[in-house]
Write a protein that binds this ligand. Structure first.
Ligand code: NAD
Length: 478
């Protein structure tokens, strides 16, 4: 067992619960397959205790003044910053990402939590003219209630931290289930909140079987809001479950981001941005650039230089500072890469670099580039969520926009052009919750992050991210 890896437990009502006959499963280091720790699974009694605790704590936390809620969130964030190396090493152990990327994720996590903590002070209602002579008509914003949240394994600190901070800023309590592959990061965040003085039960962390936990929590009348980040098929199931209780949901689901590279773009800059963004986190990002549509005149040069840069990426142990891409995070991604690439080749696609697993321990995979892949190959339709760039050629902008918008996803889309009028046309035409023009950057907690179509609904970050945890009340005084 690796010494830096934390103890794993259920964190319910300020108590660490483990052992006592609870089922366990191993958490694996994806670089070498070593067992990092044993994760205890929540029992039905644990989940009931978490629900009751969350309901009790909500009644207390919603009455805590906004400035005091803010102070606790900011104190927890300061503690996370003090402990940043422990967080970063834990992320590298659980997900495999290089330490530099783990540090970057922690920077984004801290920024998002600070933003949400500060926003607690800026939750405003309004008054409208009353109809009665001495009346008052007041519209106020109130916390929705106890929240059930579900976070994925790819960016586990950011996607856990920003859910928690926004819900707590709004005055909600939260039960969060991290992915079974990355439980330690969420527990470290919960520890920081406990050390910052958060009352017991405002934040509970439950671990274990995802379907059992989500079904139990979402079906409970105690839960008043669901926030999920993860695969679209799971999102559909959870949204259907939430609909039985008419519980509002925020869904941040899969993507399949197109990148349109026009012939008037600065290709040196496009390549300098595109290659690191493609292979960041071994491609396991819902906003990763995936389908590159490159205009005729610059296509051959783009493919040759992209291929060369991808082939020069150093793949290995995220703990090694010379490594710029770690392993895939789990065996499912390995199977998915092998299956999707074989299918693309069977459809006539060509591999210009990569395409294979590296070694036979852990889940290392070569940075891969595919060309000439027809639109009906699976990889052009199913999100690869791995280190594969697919580069296709286009002639007219209308054709590129049509191909970019073809899929039922719309989370992130990108375009590179030197023309102001093309920039405006692309920003307006791409069907996506987020559009990057000459950039891949969406890492701004002050701006909303979310998708359209089957990439989900609702936003995190921005004022919209706090709004997701509030309901509106109209009080009319006659
Ligand atoms: P998967 O289908 O194996 O699902 C595993 C993940 O979903 C785990 O985190 C698990 O805890 C959760 N999950 C599964 N069933 C659940 C249930 N019934 N209730 C609650 N949670 C449940 O997918 P995968 O291999 O982990 O990921 C592949 C796909 O997931 C990608 O293609 C991508 O679209 C999507 N994904 C998206 C994000 C994102 O940030 N939007 C993050 C991770 C994964």
């Amino acid at each position: 067992m690796t010494s830096v890896y934390s103890e794993l437990y259920q964190w319910i009502d300020g108590q660490k619960l483990s052992g006592n006959g609870r089922e366990t499963s191993a958490v694996i280091n994806p670089f070498n397959g070593a067992v990092l720790g044993q994760m205890p699974h929540a029992t039905a009694a644990d989940l009931q205790a978490a629900l009751e605790s969350s309901e009790r704590a909500f009644k207390v936390w919603r009455k805590v003044p906004a400035w005091d809620r803010s102070a606790i969130i900011l104190k927890a964030t300061a503690l996370i910053r003090e402990r940043i190396n422990l967080f970063a090493e834990t992320l590298t152990l659980e997900v495999g990402k290089p330490l530099a990327e783990a540090q970057m994720e922690m920077g984004l996590t801290i920024d998002s939590m600070i933003w949400a903590g500060e926003e607690a002070k800026r939750i405003y209602g309004r008054t409208v003219e009353a109809r009665a002579p001495n009346g008052r008509a007041i519209i106020s914003r109130e916390p929705v209630g106890p929240v059930a949240a579900f976070a994925p394994w790819n960016v586990p600190a950011l996607l856990t931290g920003r859910k928690i901070a926004a819900a707590l800023a709004a005055g909600c309590s939260m039960i969060i289930k991290p992915s079974e592959e990355t439980p330690a990061t969420a527990l470290l965040i919960a520890q920081a909140f406990a050390d910052a003085g958060l009352p017991a039960g405002v934040l509970n962390v439950v671990l274990g079987d995802p379907a059992f936990i989500s079904h139990t929590l979402i079906s409970s009348p105690i839960i008043k809001k669901v926030s999920f980040t993860g695969p679209t098929p799971v999102g559909k199931q959870l949204a259907a479950l939430a609909a039985q209780q008419v519980t509002p949901v925020t869904m941040e689901l899969g993507g399949h981001a197109p990148v349109i590279v026009c012939d008037d773009a600065d290709i040196d800059t496009v390549l300098a941005y595109s290659v690191p963004n493609k292979y960041f986190n071994a491609g396991a990002s819902c906003i990763a650039p995936t389908r590159f549509y490159v205009q005729d005149a610059v296509y051959d040069d783009f493919v040759a230089r992209f291929t060369k840069a991808a082939s020069e990426i150093t793949v290995g142990d995220g703990m090694d500072s010379s490594v710029s891409m770690g392993p895939l995070a789990n065996e499912r991604r390995l199977t998915a890469m092998e299956t999707l690439i074989a299918d693309a080749v069977a459809h006539g696609g060509k591999i210009t670099t990569g395409g294979k697993r590296i070694g036979d321990q852990g889940f290392l995979f070569e940075p891969t580039v595919l060309v000439d892949v027809p639109e009906d190959a699976r990889i052009m339709n199913d999100e690869p969520f791995g280190p594969v760039a697919i580069i296709s050629r286009f002639s007219t902008l209308e054709d590129a926009i049509e191909k970019a918008n073809r899929l039922p996803f719309g989370l992130a889309a990108y375009a590179f052009t030197g023309s102001a009028s093309r920039s405006a046309l692309l920003a307006d035409s791409l069907e996506s919750g987020m559009v990057g023009i000459n950039t891949y950057s969406f890492g701004m907690p002050e701006a909303p992050f979310g998708g359209v179509k089957q990439s989900g609904y609702g936003s995190e970050n921005g004022v919209e991210g706090i709004d997701a945890y509030l309901v509106t009340k109209f009080a009319n005084y006659g």
